[in-house]
Design a protein around this ligand. Structure first.
Ligand code: SF4
Length: 265
């Protein structure tokens, strides 16, 4: 089970490649033979991709059939490892480091901004829940096992697995500055205990939800348009899983953002 910086690096390397991410999403639907995986993502360098995913403990291949490991499933869902919730005690937590800033990609919602994925080690697991009061706009989501915070238009999601995502970042310098600030806040809390920040209500607008939907107005969800779906989602009249096109692996990042935004509703 990945936990130390070297193992986390193997996971980061494995997940840095689009084909390997596709393989992970394909296997999320169930175990598949190597031939089926090749049919879905292409056969070029398939053995190599499978090997890297195995080395990172994200998948296992037995008798020519590939499947996600428990860690792989938790990683995809951004959930803490089994058992991490138990004994989630801030006093036992160790200071964290930002071990890697993995990607700086154009933001889906606004191509003039960036999104970034980093890794924090050691992973905080269930301790994250106790850190919610540190952030005025903090919300711990049991559903995705992550602490979500908002500062200006930047939304930061810290998963129990150590993964950290940030959206609507201006540039790399801002990403690094915000990650350092996050690390400082968490480590101070670990050293001194949690000092609650005054709570602030976070308001998510339907347009913010709409930006991450497929915007095809295909009506599969039973609504006339994606914008109508966004309004009904805000009102709690529909659930995100009714948008079936979102389940396509090409919308994996959109889905992740939508899960974060809906945690605020
Ligand atoms: S199913 Fe999804 S993509 Fe299709 S109209 Fe509904 S919200 Fe839009």
């Amino acid at each position: 089970m990945p936990g130390n910086p070297q193992e986390i690096k193997l996971v980061n390397n494995a997940m840095a490649n689009a084909t390997r991410r596709k393989i992970m999403n394909f296997l999320a639907e169930g175990a598949r033979t190597a031939e089926e995986v090749g049919g879905a993502v292409g056969k070029a360098m398939l053995d190599y991709h499978l090997k890297l995913l195995q080395q990172a403990s994200l998948i296992e291949v037995k008798g020519g059939t590939a499947s996600l490991t428990e860690y792989g499933r938790n990683f995809l869902e951004g959930k803490p490892e089994k058992g991490e919730e138990k004994g989630a005690d801030l006093h036992q937590a160790k200071p964290v480091e930002i071990v890697e800033v993995k990607q700086l990609l154009p933001c889906i919602a606004d191509s003039t901004k960036f999104r970034t994925i980093a890794n924090m080690a050691p992973p905080l697991g269930g301790v994250l829940k106790t850190l919610e009061p540190l952030f005025p706009r903090g919300r711990y989501s049991e559903r995705i096992g992550a602490l979500i915070t908002q500062k200006g238009e930047v939304i930061t999601t810290i998963y129990g697995t150590g993964k950290v995502t940030m959206t609507m970042i201006k540039n790399e310098a801002e990403a690094k500055e915000m990650l350092e600030s996050l690390k400082g806040t968490i480590n101070e809390a670990i050293a001194k205990g949690v000092a609650p920040a005054p709570g602030e209500k976070v308001r998510v607008e339907p347009m913010e939800i709409y930006k991450y939907l497929p915007k095809t107005d295909c009506k599969d969800c039973g609504e006339q348009s994606c914008y109508t779906f966004a309004i009904k989602l805000m009102a709690g009249e529909v659930s995100l899983d009714k948008c079936t096109p979102l389940k396509d692996s090409k919308y994996a990042v959109n889905q992740e953002h939508l899960q974060v935004l809906t945690a605020y509703i």
